[in-house]
Ligand binder design. Structure first.
Ligand code: A2P
Length: 336
């Protein structure tokens, strides 16, 4: 069975990774249709050794495809997902636009594959936020075994999460500083080079950023458990690819680091670094890979039910593109 696939945002960072990953994982693509705005219509992308022309989404005939992978921003998804869905296309949307609508499934294949069945409600499936995905791949098996009462999490998120222009800006700012020139800031709230910024996305009325609240809302929806308390701080760091998270768990019972290691040793999608002095980083482990790496597993010396973890993954791949392609694989395997 071959599936015709459209990738909307094909010239963007996530879109390009989706196209690479479709090829890498040998997804049964019949025809691939790369879509973007008028600006890049007519340019080409390569897929399986062939150059394929990018099409202006405005002129696209959606009846030609069965699956649409969207990563062109919320406004674009808002407009085109219903149009595609009405033509029978199953949309897998990487933006936050549809994530919090109750009838739209929000899926991490290792965590809640069963939720996928609800795609029939609207023909739309939402892909979660990058920080939520890696956190829950690591925490779901722990929650199932011991029950998580509270998650305290601080993130260390790379600039690729903000798209291609943000990557270019970190490069440019670094060069400007090295050359003693004034720094220009456009894609970040303040200078990003040689700095860390405790603001990702916009502020909400409660003083948290939207990125932080995404981790709260999405944890509840994906785990199907509103009783898990989530206390997030999301921080941008001058790293190109990969997000890290320092996670402090309060479990519903005292649990040893050994117990957690036993659980994570068999967790789907997780590579554990069990030795105390061995740990993953964005550069040495995550970047370019699909696993969620967990290290620094320690008992909390200040809290009887506490466990500390360090969780790292590639935000563009497992945090976005790979997760979307895995959803598409499940869809083909079980439903199409
Ligand atoms: P385009 O090349 O036509 O601008 P990134 O997140 O890396 O910045 O990429 C954003 C992606 O979303 C690009 O592929 C971009 O295409 C696409 N995009 C942005 N705005 C629109 C739009 N109005 N219609 C279609 N595609 C869009």
């Amino acid at each position: 069975q071959k599936i015709n696939v459209a990738v909307l945002g094909a010239t963007g960072l996530v879109g390009q990774n989706i196209i690479e990953i479709l090829e890498e994982r040998n997804f049964p693509v019949g025809q691939l249709f790369p879509l973007a705005s008028k600006r890049s219509a007519g340019t080409t992308i390569s897929f399986k050794g062939k150059e394929i022309e990018v099409i202006d989404v405005d002129t696209f005939d959606w009846t030609q495809v069965q699956i649409g992978l969207f990563s062109a921003g919320s406004a674009v998804s808002e407009k085109y997902a219903p149009i595609a869905a009405d033509e029978g296309v199953v949309v897998i949307d990487n933006t936050s636009f549809y994530r919090y609508e109750p009838e739209i499934p929000l899926v991490i294949p290792e965590v809640n594959p069963g939720a996928l069945v609800d795609f029939r409600n609207r023909n739309i499936i939402a892909n979660p936020n990058c920080s939520t995905i890696q956190m829950l791949v690591a925490l779901k098996p722990i929650h199932d075994a011991y029950g998580i009462d509270r998650i305290n999490v601080s993130t260390y998120q790379s600039v690729s999460g903000a798209g291609k222009e943000a990557i270019d800006e970190l490069v440019a700012q670094t060069a400007q500083l090295m050359n003693g020139r004034p720094v220009e800031t456009e894609n970040f709230p303040v200078q990003m080079a040689f700095n860390v910024i405790p603001q990702i996305d916009v502020f909400q009325d409660n003083g948290y950023t939207k990125e932080e609240m995404k981790m709260v809302w999405e944890t509840h929806k994906i785990m199907g458990d509103e009783s898990i308390r989530v206390n997030p701080t999301a921080v941008r760091v001058p790293v190109f690819y990969g997000h890290a998270e320092a996670i402090h768990l309060e479990l519903r019972q005292p649990v040893s680091a050994e117990d957690i290691k036993n659980i994570l040793a068999d967790a789907p999608g997780v590579t554990m670094l069990a030795e105390d002095k061995d740990y993953p980083t964005q550069v040495t482990h995550a970047s370019g890979n699909d696993q969620t790496y967990v290290g620094r597993i320690r008992e909390d010396i200040s809290h009887p039910n506490g466990i500390n973890l360090w969780v790292v993954a590639d935000n563009v791949r497992k945090g976005a593109a790979t997760n979307s392609v895995q959803i598409a694989e499940l869809l083909v395997r079980d439903y199409l």
